[in-house]
Design a protein around this ligand. Structure first.
Ligand SMILES: [Zn+2]
Length: 91
């Protein structure tokens, strides 16, 4: 039976996902060490929820840079989320 293996894998991914969520801004701002950034990229490459989250945060960051706003308004965040989801759905 491979039940235990599956559980371990899920726990590992969960921990990695939490770490990505916690450090996403450090990563996007390039404030990470090369090792941490590499670890982040490796996880995101095989974890689609984290990839989606990172892509959304990156998009919001770009939009904010352009508009010079300090913080993303909630409606912008929701709009980008919706747009991203629909793009992924079409693909
Ligand atoms: Zn993840």
């Amino acid at each position: 039976m491979s039940e235990n293996e599956t559980h371990e894998e899920i726990d590992l991914n969960k921990a990695e996902c939490q770490s990505v969520a916690a450090h996403i801004y450090e990563y996007l701002d390039s404030e990470m060490t090369e090792d941490d950034a590499l670890r982040m990229r490796r996880h995101v490459a095989e974890c689609s929820p984290c990839l989606a989250e990172m892509s959304i945060e990156e998009m919001i960051k770009r939009v904010l840079k352009r508009s010079c706003a300090e913080k993303a308004p909630e409606h912008l965040r929701v709009a980008i989320h919706a747009q991203f989801t629909s793009i992924r759905f079409i693909e």
